[in-house]
Design a protein around this ligand. Structure first.
Ligand code: NAD
Length: 373
């Protein structure tokens, strides 16, 4: 059983799919691990670290030759995977909806593509969940990115020269990233409020010491679909939410948006007219910018200014903390593969519940219900 770890090639991708810690653990399971030279450089891991952990380090061709499992952060181009074992697994964040043509190419190449972001949100798979591990650090980084653009302090400070007032931070979308954004902004001393369409988040917001801002008495408030994800809201709800948000937003210094609906474009939460009501010098961070954006005028990969408000749209926020996000991503991959490791077979053998959820291609065909349905 040979596991290949590739150097990421996507622009701006600094993470890596294995660390010396996980290499060591794979080797302990009996696997041979080959790491592409320089794979960890942008995540502060040198080749010697991988070699010391028991991996062979080589060029891409040598690493892929005969590999049974290819690990990546993002999905590798199927055309660059020559030499892998027939039916090899490609295990990575494969962006199945956004990169559908690539999924078809995995099928055509006879590869078995396993999309880690389709991991079901069930208790036993929590330690394998890349969306959670990466979103958590994105939520943290979003607050630091906002603080860096904000020309004022976050905490209230009483100084001999007078008082500096606390920043008002509003978090829209209280999933994994939003919860961490609330906690981080609180730690920095901001006054924090937050909103979501899922009523269950109200208590979570309060438990972090922030103020919930919620639409009341409108049908469809539950907002929760399968797996704890959000569903699209009724028109009536969306209108009520827009009104509530409008009056609240005008008083905020920082807004962090994280709202996503799986398989759809991100919901639009802030209009240009609402931005115009904010004070000059305010900052908005749109964590959903690559999924279509929660904020009108946000541009992926840029910081733009509208009405004196800075709108931050960094791409691939997890990659901005590559050492930590790589460590967590790598553990997610190890936790997944080791949980299914069959000692006799000397390789992982998936069960139906998780296998069917994450397997995109098999036997030359696309087989995943979410892509076929
Ligand atoms: P996500 O990234 O899909 O979305 C972020 C947040 O945006 C969600 O809270 C969503 O409700 C919210 N949202 C969507 N539309 C909105 C709108 N119009 N206005 C305001 N907010 C809006 O979410 P996530 O971080 O992946 O978390 C989704 C759920 O899954 C949470 O309940 C989380 O606790 C749960 N979860 C469960 C597990 C598990 O293994 N059991 C693991 C991770 C997350």
């Amino acid at each position: 059983m040979k596991i290949a770890v590739l150097k990421e090639v996507a622009a701006g991708e600094r993470r890596v799919a294995a660390t010396p810690e996980t290499v060591k653990k794979f080797v302990a399971l009996g696997a041979e691990v080959a790491v592409e030279a320089g794979a960890g450089a942008t995540a502060s891991i040198d080749d010697a670290g991988y070699a010391a952990a028991g991996a062979t380090v080589g060029d891409r061709g040598a690493v892929l030759g005969g590999a049974d499992i290819v690990l990546g952060v993002q999905g590798p181009d199927p055309a660059t995977l020559a030499g892998v074992a027939p039916g090899a697994w490609v295990v990575a964040g494969l962006n199945p909806f956004g990169e559908r043509a690539r999924v078809d190419a995995y099928a055509a190449a006879g590869l078995e593509a396993l999309a880690m972001e389709f991991m079901p949100r069930i208790t036993r798979a929590q330690s394998m969940d890349i969306l959670s591990s990466q979103s958590n650090l994105s939520g943290y980084k979003a607050v630091l990115d906002a603080a860096a653009e904000y020309g004022r302090a976050f905490p209230m400070m009483m100084t001999a020269a007078g008082t500096v007032s606390a920043a008002k931070v509003f978090v829209m979308g209280v999933g994994v990233a939003g919860l961490q954004a609330i906690a981080t902004a609180r730690r920095l001393g901001a006054q924090v409020s937050a909103t979501d369409v899922r009523a269950a988040t109200k208590e979570q917001i309060q438990s972090l010491g922030a103020k919930p801002i919620f639409v009341e008495n409108v049908a469809g408030i539950e907002g929760e679909g399968s797996g704890g994800y959000a569903t699209e809201m009724s028109e009536e709800y969306q209108k009520a939410q827009a009104e509530l948000v409008s009056s609240h937003i005008a008083k905020q210094d920082i807004v962090i948006t994280t709202a996503l609906i799986p398989g759809r474009a991100a919901p639009r939460l802030i209009s240009d007219a609402q931005i115009a009501t904010m004070k000059p010098g305010s900052v908005i961070v749109d964590l959903a910018v690559e999924q279509g954006g929660n904020v009108e005028g946000a541009v992926a990969g840029e910081i733009v200014e509208r009405h004196g408000v800075r709108i931050v749209g960094h791409r691939n926020v997890p990659s901005r903390l590559a050492a930590d996000t790589s460590a967590l991503f790598s553990r997610n991959l190890y936790n997944f593969l080791s949980a299914f490791w069959d000692k006799d077979a000397g390789k992982p053998v998936l069960d139906e519940e998780i296998g069917d959820a994450i397997r995109l291609t098999q036997g030359g065909k696309v087989v995943n219900a979410r892509l076929l349905g």
